[in-house]
Write a protein that binds this ligand. Sequence first.
Ligand SMILES: O=C(O)CCC(=O)C(=O)O
Ligand SMILES: [Fe+2]
Length: 252
Amino acid sequence: MTIAQTVNSCEITLIHLPHTSENDVAYVPNYVSNDEETYLLNAIADQPASRWNQMETSTRRIQVWGGNVDAKLKAVIGGVQPLPPFLAKTAEHVGATCCSQVATEFWGKKMQKPNHVLVNEYTTGQGVMPHEDGPCYQPGVAILSLQSPAVITFTSKLGDDCTQNLPLHVALMPRSLLIFRGKAYTDYLHGIDDVEAHVVASDALLNGTDEEVKGALAKREDGHLELKRTNTRYSLTFRAVRGAMAWASLRK
Ligand SMILES: O=C(O)CCC(=O)C(=O)O
Ligand SMILES: [Fe+2]
């Protein structure tokens, strides 16, 4: 964890994963206020039951905003749909943070903000297996965590350099934003263990010196660090569907 900078009143911490660029991973604690968190949680809960999709590979539920992405066609079926009003302001803010802090064209050529959001729900003990978000999106994602902490784990997809294959962790505190892009997006898998308490080696926790993270960690007798999930967690994953117009051209 290096370089803290304060911009737009949020403190951005750059986190370095091996073999990625210095600004490929950034963690922003307290990215949204308590009031914004409550607003988003209420808006998510107010959506009709039909908005929730049951995941095929897990018992988790998700809401998909912006349109249904077809991984094979690499396009949004029926074209990109506008984001709903309850996400608009946050998407705008996340868009600006990523463009000003991480890469001017974070969302793609000339795009200023994300056009696609997944709302993930995790009861304590639920996670998501190691995966990559893939080529349907611009190679970058911003993850806003709500209501409960969790630990996200990055594992390199590349070869046999054993230092590179060690799992590396980032604690995601409620109301924080994690941004990753570039090689962190293309050369690593990310996942969240199906556990009620995460146990990690202290030197593998990349934002373990963050004051809020420190306060949430317990040190175990074996020297490892433990972070308890406290509640159902919601995450909003902001991304940009690549070639937003691709569906229209596929149909011709
Ligand atoms: O919930 C998270 O923090 C991760 C979600 C994720 O990886 C995804 O939506 O692709
Ligand atoms: Fe993901």
